[in-house]
Design a protein around this ligand. Structure first.
Ligand SMILES: Nc1nc2c(c(=O)[nH]1)N[C@H]1C(S)=C(S)[C@@H](COP(=O)(O)OP(=O)(O)OC[C@H]3O[C@@H](n4cnc5c(=O)[nH]c(N)nc54)[C@H](O)[C@@H]3O)O[C@H]1N2
Ligand SMILES: Nc1nc2c(c(=O)[nH]1)N[C@H]1C(S)=C(S)[C@@H](COP(=O)(O)OP(=O)(O)OC[C@H]3O[C@@H](n4cnc5c(=O)[nH]c(N)nc54)[C@H](O)[C@@H]3O)O[C@H]1N2
Ligand code: SF4
Ligand SMILES: [Mo]
Length: 917
């Protein structure tokens, strides 16, 4: 046998952004035109927070490229019937035929008008996994912008079962679309169901590993011992869905047992609404003339507007105030006589008094002394009064943080958890200060790449906010999208990301059944539905019913990598050139999701390491062809010139690389212009690099001060306060929303309205799941266990389930072979390790092998990831169970933000292997 020596060996720099923890840098080794290995990009060592490394998932990209099951040319459906049991009869067609077919459909749709008779967009689109498809879809965003109104209502579980309440309340309280610990400076982190060692990617894992070496302590509060728990200093196995009680008790220890003297009084006084005076009706007392909230000035001994120069606000206390006004929902103003005024802080102390560690212990199954100790450790480590110098500026150092995982910050109880987490930071001055609890980036506010610029003065001394209107004149009584986010969820706002963050499960549910007192136009189906890198038929809840709804969509176009459960129901499959085969430039650096905290910002190029397989095409080419064939070329090019391709605008004061709007441009020509514009933009016109330069160097960055990580100095400069602890505005907005819905005679959202409170109360959060069972006609005692989901490092949701290498890795990760069950519980049910078991909820059953473990609560089962595939090649042969098959999609389990949790009440039993299919 002779071995030929390779003729060419190249290392191609590129990026991976397959999960929200990215982007991460890598190089691809290419031997004679064949990708063989993925390696770190050592050129990024001093700049990328993970020192140029990728995680295990990126190592699967070579197999992803050469996957024998890939769709390699466009396909059309020949079986008009759709369903799980209907073979789609996909047949290959040419790109010309595929694009003509789609363009014709789109043109016919456009001719009818962008909106249909119900006022809803005729075109809908679903992109999955936390916004990452945008990093692979080339210039498709410019096509979408050129098209106009599109409905992003039909989600895949991203958003509503992601870190949802955190997105909404995080941006509201501190411009934090997601929230992280300032791990490099932290001493003590309470991680409540945040599984960062599995979900955080190389940046987070590196930062936490470094922090452990430094001696920081992390306490993992979670019903099972995740990998994050396993490498924490302490594991607290809390009862599912009781986290608000645990957190309220932490607050109790700080404010009722330790007291104000031990807290960060200057922060509470100047950066929070603690001193604002609340009247007997629970509303702020306001100045009769200016309507500004009042506080008690200790210097003059009277109530004055909050922004009175020279005032010394009292943080705590009760005072007599006369002649103030209060403003309730719908601008109902009331003039008050002499009333008792209480500061918001004192209101909090009164409110939280009943939530003692002893009280919480009974709910959370965590001993009172553990709760008390954790609260006190948190306070001790906060180091109130300490400072740190960063880039020549002195900032407060508060090295304690609380982080929340996705199943804690979505669904019922999540508002309480997000409020408590933010408040725990405020009490010790750790919100947006070094060492503390930080926001990463903004998506509901603008501009997306600089959250400091999104800080502007709004009402009452707080930051400006962009709520959907709830007043009578402006409330969206007619839905503008099928998940009715504008009508139902004021706090989600109406930015480009808002609709996809609306209650997307409702869009699916309303296609099946409307509430009995629904009084708006009935939602229609979209004429055309685009799907890319998303598989709602696997990732959402009650997937069996969801598949039936997908089957009713008249025309579904999926960009397809393999056939999967969603595109099995499509009319047209378009296979794009994927990760290692196509061109794109994206922004990197600054501060971004999970723990991407950089000291640089810039751009990175994704480039073809190898030729596209089969007849797959670059997404930018597909987008340009669609724009041309639908007559939208000029609008598309204009969108590219504005920067819709992902980099900088192609024209600015000191450069102009804009494209001729009337011409069709090639893929490389477009990205060459983006390369030049982005480098010129970043260097203020000093340096320009073209596509060839980027193909060699991979990325271009400029330094950025670490001061950009911390928002509090920005609020300080503008004299603004965080809207904490008292939620007068939310209370008012909830009442207004109730008024609007009730004027339309709709009461189906009443339970959700109960979440709008000035100070959240504990209610029986886990009990809601039991109640849902009862309402569905089931007996709670028949479903005695909780079932949870958790992520694992080698899978990005269901996106790489068809890659063999990932399966191989998974076989070595505990739990991946089935259902994690407490060994004692298993024994009592006659279940041994490896037995085939049935996990049944009131809506169905899923099957897997029992994985016996000590590190899980006796009342809790855990299933990793999202499997139970039936179409995706390779994955469909795993025999892996899924929570999504048996978790209901339910209005009762939807909170006021429109989200729900991956958690369900179940029963478990051993079954014969043949029974379990
Ligand atoms: N049980 C359970 N369910 C969950 C979760 C959980 O932890 N447990 N997590 C939830 C969360 S947080 C999220 S964000 C959602 C995400 O759920 P989705 O938005 O559905 O995202 P993915 O599962 O990543 O979608 C993956 C699909 O994209 C396809 N794909 C992968 N690569 C390519 C490519 O290069 N080109 C094309 N055209 N397609 C590609 C895959 O084949 C797959 O079908 O899931 C949610 N669902
Ligand atoms: N490797 C990998 N990384 C990812 C992703 C991926 O799919 N794979 N997805 C990305 C996305 S889209 C997201 S949204 C993030 C999510 O990141 P994480 O929130 O870290 O996701 P999970 O691993 O699902 O962790 C949730 C944990 O919550 C716990 N839990 C469930 N219910 C409760 C409860 O009631 N109380 C408490 N205290 N804990 C509970 C579960 O034990 C589970 O381990 O990860 C991102 N990063
Ligand atoms: S964490 Fe892994 S999968 Fe996610 S972007 Fe980074 S390298 Fe890619
Ligand atoms: Mo997510």
């Amino acid at each position: 046998m002779s071995v030929t020596k390779p003729q060419t060996v190249k290392k191609i720099p590129t990026y991976c952004y397959n999960c929200v923890a990215g982007p991460d840098f890598m190089t691809v080794k290419v031997v004679d035109g064949v990708a063989t290995e993925v390696e770190p990009n050592f050129a990024a060592e001093d700049m990328h927070p993970a020192r140029g490394r990728v995680c295990v998932k990126a190592y699967g990209l070579v197999q992803k490229t050469y996957n024998p099951h890939r769709v390699l040319q466009p396909m059309k459906r020949t079986n008009p019937k759709k369903g799980r049991d209907e073979d789609p009869g996909f047949v290959p067609i040419s790109w010309d035929e595929a694009l003509d077919m789609l363009a014709e459909k789109l043109a016919a749709t456009r001719a009818k008008g962008l909106l249909d008779e119900s006022g809803l967009p005729r075109v809908a689109a679903t992109f999955g996994h936390g916004g990452t498809p945008g990093m692979y879809m080339g210039t498709f965003p410019a096509f979408l912008a050129a098209w106009g109104a599109i409905d992003y209502s039909f989600g895949s579980g991203q958003g509503v079962k992601c870190v949802h309440s955190e997105h909404l309340y995080g941006e509201f309280w501190h411009r934090a679309f997601t929230v992280a610990a300032d791990t490099p400076n932290a001493r003590y982190v309470i991680s409540i169901g945040s599984n960062v060692e599995a979900s955080g990617g190389p940046c987070a894992v590196t930062r936490h590993a470094d922090a452990r070496v430094r001696g920081y302590k992390r306490v993992q509060v979670e019903p099972h011992l995740s990998v994050t728990g396993a490498c924490s200093a302490e594991w607290v196995p809390i009862r599912p869905k009781t986290d608000p009680a645990f957190m309220f008790a932490l607050i109790h220890v700080l404010v009722c047992e330790q007291g104000l003297d031990k807290l960060d009084v200057p922060f509470l006084r100047d950066r929070s609404s603690s001193p604002y005076l609340v009247g007997p009706d629970g509303l702020y007392l306001r100045d009769a003339e200016s309507a500004k909230p009042l506080l008690w000035d200790e210097a003059s001994g009277r109530a004055v507007p909050f922004d009175t120069p020279g005032a010394v606000p009292a943080v705590a206390g009760r005072f007599r105030v006369s002649g103030a006004i209060s403003i309730d929902a719908d601008d109902a103003r009331q003039t008050l006589g002499e009333v008792e005024a209480v500061t918001a802080y004192t209101k909090l102390v009164d409110h939280i008094r009943k939530y003692t560690p002893e009280w919480a212990a009974g709910i959370c199954d965590v001993p009172a002394e553990t709760i008390r100790r954790i609260a006190n450790e948190y306070l001790e480590n906060a180091g109130i009064g300490e400072t740190i110098e960063i880039d020549g500026q002195t900032l407060a150092l508060r090295p304690v943080a609380v982080t929340l995982g996705k199943s804690v910050n979505n669904g019922w109880g999540a508002f309480e958890c997000c409020w408590a987490r933010t408040l725990l930071a405020v009490l010790v001055g750790a919100l947006e200060n070094p060492g503390g609890t930080l926001g990463t980036t903004v998506r509901l506010n603008r501009p997306h790449d600089d959250r400091h610029q999104s800080v502007k003065a709004g009402e009452d001394g707080f930051m400006s906010q962009h709520f959907n209107a709830t007043d009578k004149a402006h409330w969206a009584a007619q839905p503008t999208g099928r998940n009715i986010h504008k009508t139902l969820v004021p706090i989600v706002g109406n930015s480009a990301w808002s609709q996809a963050l609306g209650p997307t499960q409702l869009a699916w549910m309303f296609q099946r059944e409307l509430p009995s007192d629904w009084s708006m136009p009935a939602p229609t189906l979209p004429d055309v539905w685009f799907v890319y890198r998303s598989n709602p038929a696997i990732s959402f809840w009650e997937t069996g019913a969801l598949v039936k709804t997908i089957a009713t969509f008249p025309f579904t176009v999926c960009f397809a990598y393999t056939v999967d459960e969603t595109n099995y129901l499509a009319d047209l499959l378009l296979p794009e050139a994927t990760d290692l085969e196509s061109v794109q430039m994206i922004k990197v650096g600054g501060t971004k999701f999970v723990e991407q905290f950089w000291e640089h910002r810039g751009v990175v190029l994704r480039q073809p390491a190898v030729e596209p397989q089969g007849d797959t095409r670059d997404f930018t080419w597909i987008s340009t062809q669609l724009a041309k064939r639908t007559g939208l070329l000029e609008a598309y090019n204009n969108a590219l010139n504005r920067g819709a391709g992902g980099g900088s605008p192609l024209k600015a004061a000191n450069y102009d690389y804009s494209l001729d709007p009337a011409q069709e441009h090639g893929v490389e020509e477009i990205w060459d212009a983006v390369c030049r514009a982005s480098s010129a933009h970043l260097s203020d016109g000093r340096e320009t690099h073209d596509l060839e330069w980027f193909k060699e160097h991979g990325f271009y960055t400029v330094p950025m001060s670490k001061l950009d990580w911390y928002l509090t100095p920005t609020l300080e400069k503008q004299g603004l306060r965080y809207e904490m602890p008292y939620q007068e505005r939310l209370l008012r907005i909830g009442r207004e929303l109730g008024n609007r819905l009730h004027e339309q005679k709709m009461h189906w959202w009443d339970e959700q309205l109960s979440e709008y409170a000035a100070l959240p109360e504990w209610h029986d959060v886990p009990g809601r799941w039991t109640q849902q069972l009862v309402n569905a006609g089931a007996k709670p005692e028949d479903f005695p266990l909780w079932l949870l989901a958790t992520k694992s490092m080698q899978y990005h949701t269901g996106g790489n389930a068809s890659i063999a290498l990932m399966r191989e890795v998974a076989q070595n990760v505990r739990g991946h072979t089935g259902v994690i069950i407490n060994a004692k519980t298993a024994k009592s049910l006659g279940i041994a390790d490896g037995d085939r078991i049935e996990v049944r909820s009131h809506i169905g059953a899923t099957y897997g092998d029992a994985v016996l473990a000590q590190g899980v609560r006796p009342d809790t089962l855990v299933i990793l990831g999202q499997f139970d595939h039936w179409a995706t090649p390779f994955a469909k042969d795993f025999g892996m169970p899924s929570l999504n098959t048996i978790a209901p999609m339910s209005m009762e389990l939807t909170d006021a933000t429109g989200s729900g949790s991956d958690i369900v009440r179940v029963a478990v039993r051993k079954v014969a292997r043949k029974e379990a299919v």
